[in-house]
Design a binder for this molecule. Structure first.
Ligand SMILES: Cc1cc2nc3c(=O)[nH]c(=O)nc-3n(C[C@H](O)[C@H](O)[C@H](O)COP(=O)(O)O)c2cc1C
Ligand code: SF4
Ligand code: SF4
Length: 437
């Protein structure tokens, strides 16, 4: 049986799969019993770590902003299907209050096995280094194994004050991605937290910091003493207007269209950008994969790009605990079949293949598209003006590829709904295809 254990920031975890901060029960506002029970249930399934929801320094819930949020699922027709989830709310409506959060950490530490880490997701006061340090220290004193600095929550950036706060750097309350995307303000805060805490500290990045700026951020975060970087929090977006209602919002029960956060599958490539490029350019810092991972295979992909651990968030909202069970089972079978004895052998396996685009092995002239006539339904999608090499011929009805023009680019393969196209080496003879010699 494959050994799923992994070392993360010096702690041995029983598996690399865990649960991201995703405070959907909204319990942390007052008490945390149900939410804690939920995290324990995830632990019973075999996860290697759990996160608290984001814990803020305030004790009282603001009276003018009762708990609440709205979700919206965005779906396209085939072939795109489910695109992702949107969420809108104010951070202060849902932040976990300090005492509730610290109780949760204590409770989890008492009840979870030693090889399941309790990661405290902390959101401190604005960009104040001392305030952040004191805040994170309280999680350490409550028993947290690891601190994850939430400098990436998209919610503060969806508020009216965001543009001005970001441009002046004056952030008084939870600043989320406004802080995480401001290198000058961020680094003193990270340094202060690292100096104050004895447990490992990491930083959860915002996808608002794009490439190549993330490389400078990763270097700065590493030099400030942080031990890990978590892939990404959710990006900010605007949801599509309702085109049959004069452009109003499509949110449940609302007509307005708030600036909001985008969760789920569409975040995965932003995560892979961060994992792959940070692994390449700043290899000394450990990485946690979070953002857009919604299938068991995604865990392996993220690990091959350098993540030591992987987390599910909106995947859990869609699939419930099944995603955890399926992923752990998949990982065991996958490792046995592929001959991996340890998680360590998988981590970073794909990094050596990441190259700047002009260094790829193009070999364009060697490859060509072929169509499997048994699978092709003659729908014509691949001949529909996408490429001059392809024609849908009649009598007999079939796709013909003109080998003089085909450069093996793979576009027709990418869009074929029947998986009837292969890109093959020209020198190999191919059965069941239509190539115009
Ligand atoms: C309901 C909900 C609550 C969340 N709360 C937190 C939080 O408290 N702290 C945090 O760092 N991220 C929070 N997130 C963000 C997730 O941890 C994660 O970064 C984001 O959902 C992207 O991952 P996904 O694409 O797998 O959903 C929350 C996400 C959801 C869906
Ligand atoms: S898209 Fe696929 S199924 Fe449709 S005509 Fe082209 S090869 Fe055939
Ligand atoms: S591989 Fe590219 S060039 Fe060749 S037929 Fe398909 S779309 Fe055209």
């Amino acid at each position: 049986m494959a050994d799923l254990s992994v070392a993360f920031v010096g702690k041995k975890l029983r598996s690399p799969i865990g649960v991201a901060s995703h405070a959907v029960l909204n319990e942390g506002l007052s008490g945390t019993e149900k939410e804690t029970e939920q995290l324990k249930a995830y632990s019973d399934l075999g996860v290697g770590f759990v996160h608290t929801p984001f814990i803020c320094p305030e004790e009282e819930h603001p009276k003018d902003a009762p708990p609440g949020w709205k979700f919206q699922g965005i779906r396209s027709r085939e072939p795109f299907m489910m695109e992702g989830l949107l969420v809108a709310t104010e951070a202060r409506r849902i932040m976990c209050r300090l005492n509730a959060g610290l109780n949760m950490i204590e409770n989890l530490k008492e009840n979870l096995p030693d090889d399941v880490a309790v990661i405290a997701n902390m959101i401190g006061p604005g960009a104040d280094p001392d305030g952040w340090a004191e805040h994170c220290k309280s999680a350490e004193e409550a028993g947290a194994d690891i601190i994850e600095m939430n400098v990436s929550c998209p919610l503060p950036a969806s508020e009216a004050k965001a543009v001005q706060e970001y441009s002046t750097g004056e952030m008084s309350e939870a600043a989320g991605s406004l802080l995480g995307d401001s290198l000058q303000l961020l680094l003193p805060v990270v340094k202060a937290v690292v100096e104050e805490c004895s447990i490992p500290v990491g930083v959860k990045l915002t996808p608002e910091t794009g490439f190549p700026r993330i490389i400078g951020f990763a270097e700065g975060i590493r030099n400030a003493g942080a031990k890990f970087i978590s892939g990404i929090n959710a990006p900010i977006t605007v949801s599509p207007p309702d085109i049959y209602k004069n452009g109003q919002g499509k949110w449940p029960g609302m007509t307005t269209n708030p600036i909001c956060a985008a969760l789920g599958p569409w975040d995965r490539f932003l995560l892979y950008r961060n994992l792959g490029t940070i692994s390449l350019f700043v290899p000394e810092i450990e990485l946690a994969g979070i953002g857009g991972l919604v299938e068991p295979e995604h865990v392996v992909e993220a690990m091959m790009l350098g993540a030591r651990v992987c987390e599910f968030s909106s995947g859990i909202l869609w699939k419930g605990t099944d995603i955890i069970k399926e992923s752990l089972e998949f990982l065991e079978t996958y490792m046995d079949r592929q001959g991996y004895n340890s998680i360590e052998e998988i981590i970073g396996k794909g990094v050596k293949y990441i190259v700047p685009v002009e260094q790829v092995d193009w070999r364009q002239e060697d490859f060509i598209a072929t169509v499997d006539d048994r699978l092709c339904t003659r729908c014509g999608r691949c001949a529909n003006n996408i490429c001059k090499a392809r024609t849908l011929e009649e009598n007999p009805l079939r796709i013909v590829i003109d080998s003089r023009y085909c450069i093996g680019c793979g576009l027709c393969q990418a869009i074929c709904p029947e998986h009837a196209v292969s890109i093959v080496e020209q020198k190999h003879p191919v059965i069941g295809i239509s190539v115009d010699e």
